[in-house]
Write a protein that binds this ligand. Structure first.
Ligand code: RP5
Length: 187
């Protein structure tokens, strides 16, 4: 059948793969400029896990391994990623370089280092030139990067959207419980 109708076969195969891709949940990449960023980024990885999002974690440096940064970002979409989180400190070009090679949303996490408290990395990420946006969270804002990426994926993932609603309801309940507790205090 394949040898008789090769065109038809490949057309069906293409439709099948496109459908598969549509049904498959997207992954989130967590890229760090150095293994020294890992401790700060652990809450991000854990939060993604708690949402049931498949994650890949890599060390890629915009300065020390620029070819790997290009390779990863330019293949990220076809490799099933829906968003990239990029964490780096100092002259933090990682998020911007990854964003240059992909149309996927890139979320930057500026990492606090001893020298300038993270302001250097923050400015390196938010001051992107026109045309190559990076969504930047707070200095060391690892958890928020995970939540933001989940919200991006949830645009086309109903089950994930429900998990986010539950997560927000849980946070609200915590605040309410704290408010309740503080009412017992005498000021
Ligand atoms: C950045 O420089 C890294 O993202 C890290 O935050 C910082 C220090 O890197 P190491 O010298 O510890 O590898 O590129």
């Amino acid at each position: 059948c394949v040898s008789r109708y090769p065109d038809l076969f490949y057309r069906f195969l293409k439709i099948y793969l496109a459908l598969q891709e549509g049904f498959m949940s997207k992954k989130v990449a967590v890229i760090m400029g150095s293994d020294s960023d890992l401790d700060t980024m652990r809450p991000c990885i854990q939060r993604l896990k708690s949402f049931g999002i498949s994650t890949e974690v890599h060390i890629i440096s915009a300065h020390r391994t620029p070819a790997a940064a290009e390779r990863f970002a330019s293949q990220a979409r076809e490799n099933g990623f829906g968003a990239i989180i990029a964490a780096a400190g100092k002259a933090a070009h990682l998020a911007g370089v990854l964003a240059a090679y992909t149309t996927l949303p890139v979320i930057g996490v500026p990492i606090k280092t001893s020298m300038m408290g993270g302001l250097d990395a923050l400015l390196s990420m938010v001051q992107m030139p026109k045309g190559i946006p990076v969504a930047c969270v707070a200095v060391d804002g690892a958890d928020n990067a995970a939540i933001l990426s989940a919200q991006m994926l949830a645009l086309s993932d109903e089950a994930l959207s429900d998990r986010l609603v539950q997560f927000k309801a849980g946070m609200a309940a915590e605040v309410e419980a704290k408010d309740h507790k503080i009412q017992m205090e005498e000021f």
